[in-house]
Ligand binder design. Structure first.
Ligand SMILES: *[C@@H]1O[C@H](CO)[C@@H](O)[C@H](O)[C@H]1NC(C)=O
Ligand SMILES: *[C@@H]1O[C@H](CO)[C@@H](O)[C@H](O)[C@H]1NC(C)=O
Ligand SMILES: *[C@@H]1O[C@H](CO)[C@@H](O)[C@H](O)[C@H]1NC(C)=O
Ligand SMILES: *[C@@H]1O[C@H](CO)[C@@H](O)[C@H](O)[C@H]1NC(C)=O
Ligand SMILES: *[C@@H]1O[C@H](CO)[C@@H](O)[C@H](O)[C@H]1NC(C)=O
Length: 289
């Protein structure tokens, strides 16, 4: 279908010549984009439904202040790195990240109830990833400054009987969703409402393609809501690549946190509102009830 779309666009351009492209691609001043990927400006905001208004939901988002109309079947909540490695207290995890769990679960339930998909986009390395991992990443994930404690190293045992597993390797305990999120993820995936995507960099959308990107393309998902840890690293990296690749991005403040200095969050807050929108769950949940 995508190939047909491109062929059709190429045909339009070939027939009409470059002089009239702009008019064909933007038939009126309130349509932004091309015939396959467009937003429509409304009196008080934006329509992101790309022509499918069935069951559309309108959110009131604060930054920038707008009424944003979305298509639930084309929308998903992306939960990033809410894994034991980053959050569990016995692994030195972030208490700010742990505090996000109840609100994240409220968002998950509301998304599912509206037929909106839930994505778990997490570190989950393979042996091949270790072979191709750049030095800067090994340094960034070392515990003691040597390469012996970086990705793939055995993290030992906690609480006498929990085998933490190899650092951020796919299937290990440390790479599992933290606390009550584990049951949500396992149950949601089993029910077909949720989808689990492994990633091997901060971003789950880098490079020519990733499991998450393939899924977005095959399921015609266009509108993504982001939360998780760290807001300025893996959340921001994934949001930015998703935006670069042409999807709608909405950052959800109160399901995101970081261990970085506040200036890092300031940069993300400023730019996320330019790339798409920012809101809290309190702005989104009422429209999903
Ligand atoms: C679009 O806007 C331009 C000015 O920015 C104006 O000249 C033109 O008439 C507008 N077209 C339509 C269809 O409203
Ligand atoms: C339009 O939206 C409805 C309801 O959300 C969905 O079931 C349907 O598949 C969508 N149609 C297209 C062509 O995407
Ligand atoms: C692991 O140890 C805890 C106490 O620290 C105990 O409650 C639990 O039953 C043990 N689990 C297994 C599988 O042995
Ligand atoms: C899975 O679906 C069942 C039946 O609809 C429901 O009771 C259960 O809460 C769902 N579990 C999750 C984690 O979504
Ligand atoms: C979310 O709520 C917090 C706390 O009230 C507030 O500081 C922040 O500005 C809100 N975010 C947005 C996008 O409105």
């Amino acid at each position: 279908m995508r190939l047909c779309s491109y062929l059709y666009l190429a045909l339009l351009l070939a027939v009409c010549g470059t002089g009239t492209n702009a008019q064909l691609v933007n038939p009126n001043n309130n349509t932004f984009g091309n015939v396959f990927n467009f937003w429509t400006k409304t009196a008080d905001g934006w329509d992101l439904t790309r022509g499918n208004a069935t069951n559309a939901i309108t959110l009131t988002l604060p930054h920038p202040k707008s009424q944003v109309k979305i298509q639930p079947a084309a929308s998903a909540l992306v939960i990033i790195d809410m894994q034991n490695y980053f959050l569990h207290p016995d692994l030195g995890g972030d208490p700010l990240g742990r505090a996000l769990v109840p609100i994240t679960i409220d968002m998950i339930h509301a998304f599912r109830a509206n037929g909106m998909k839930v994505f778990w986009t997490n570190w989950g390395l393979t042996e091949f990833d270790l072979m191709s991992m750049p030095p800067a990443f090994f340094r960034g994930f070392s515990s003691d400054g040597t390469s012996a404690t970086s990705f793939g190293s055995d993290m030992g045992t906690i609480q006498g009987n929990i085998s933490v597993g190899r650092k951020l390797m796919r299937g290990s305990w440390n790479a599992q969703p933290f606390g009550d999120l584990l049951d949500e993820q396992v149950g949601g995936v089993a029910n077909g409402t949720d989808f689990y995507f492994n990633k091997n960099r901060l971003s789950g959308m880098w490079g020519t393609s990733t499991p998450m990107q393939t899924f977005l393309e095959e399921n015609l998902i266009t509108t993504l809501f982001f939360g998780g840890v760290n807001i300025d690293q893996c959340v921001w990296g994934t949001l930015l690549d998703t935006y670069y690749k042409g999807y709608d991005v909405i950052l959800v403040d109160d399901i995101s946190a970081t261990t970085s200095p506040s200036a890092a969050t300031g940069m993300v807050d400023f730019n996320a509102a330019l790339n798409g929108w920012r809101g809290n769950s309190t702005d989104i949940l009422p429209a999903l009830m």
